[in-house]
Design a binder for this molecule. Sequence first.
Ligand SMILES: NC(=O)c1ccc[n+]([C@@H]2O[C@H](COP(=O)([O-])OP(=O)(O)OC[C@H]3O[C@@H](n4cnc5c(N)ncnc54)[C@H](OP(=O)(O)O)[C@@H]3O)[C@@H](O)[C@H]2O)c1
Length: 238
Amino acid sequence: MKQGIIVGASSGIGWELAVQLAAQGYQLGLMARRDGCLNKLAASLPGEHFVQTSDVTNAEQAQEELTSLIDQMDNVELVIVNSGVGSHERLLDWEVQRQMIDVNVRGFAAMSMTAMNYFLKRGAGHLVGVSSAAAHFSSGRTLTYNASKSFVSDYLNGMRSRAAHSKMPITVTTIEPGFVKTPMVEGQPLWMASVERAVTQMVRAINNKKNHVFVTRRWRYVALLLDIMPNALIRKFV
Ligand SMILES: NC(=O)c1ccc[n+]([C@@H]2O[C@H](COP(=O)([O-])OP(=O)(O)OC[C@H]3O[C@@H](n4cnc5c(N)ncnc54)[C@H](OP(=O)(O)O)[C@@H]3O)[C@@H](O)[C@H]2O)c1
C-alpha cells in the first residue's frame, strides 16, 4: 500500500489533497493543530488513516511527531509540507510577521529537513512543498508572506540539488499556486481556482514526479513576467 503524510491537512488545499490521494489508494498520515478537523477528515476517507496533532511552530517537537508518525506508518514514500499562514500587513506588526516566519519558514524547514533525512536513510522518497506564486515578487502589503514563500521555493531547490547529489531516487516537487478558494484567501481576487481543480493539478504533478508546478497553469506566465519586471513597475500594481 502507498503511504503518504500531509502536514497541514486540516483544511483547504491539505484537506483536498487527502481526499484525492486517499481516492487513489494512499494510506495517509494527517498532521495539523486542529485534531477535531483531522479526525473528521480521517473518518470521511476510504480506508484507515493516521492522525497526529502537531504545531510546526514548536519546531523540535513537531520534528519528533513527524518521525514518530513515520515510524508508526512503516513505509512512507511521500511527505507533503503544506502548512502555511498568510496575512495582509496593513500595519508593520511583529506578532503578525513572527507567526508567518514561524510557520512558513521555521516550521517548513523543520518538517522538510526531517522528511529528507528520512528519505536519505530509506534510499528513496518524494518530498513535496507548497510554496506560492507570491515567491516571485515583493509587495508592501504582503511583504512577510512573499518573503517566506521565496524561502520555501529556494529551500526546495536546494533540497533538490541535495537529492540529485545523493544519486538516490528522491524527488522534490515545488508547488506554486496562484489564488485557490480556501479559508486563507480574503475576498474574490482575480483567477481564483476552486480547491478541487487546483488540487487535481497538484496531484497530477505529484504522480508524474514533477520538479515544479504552477497551479493553475496560467500562473507560470504571470511568474515569468514578474521575474523580469523591474520592482518599480511591480510596485504600481501591488
Ligand atoms: N489558498 C491560496 O490561494 C494559496 C495560494 C498560494 C499558496 N498557498 C499555500 O497553500 C498552503 C495551504 O493553504 P490553504 O490555502 O489551504 O489555507 P488553509 O485552509 O488556511 O490551510 C492551512 C493549513 O496549514 C495548517 N497550519 C497552519 N498553521 C499551522 C501550525 N502552526 N502547525 C501546523 N499546521 C499549521 C492549518 O492547520 P491548523 O490550523 O489545524 O494547524 C491548515 O491545515 C499554505 O502553505 C499556503 O501558503 C495557498
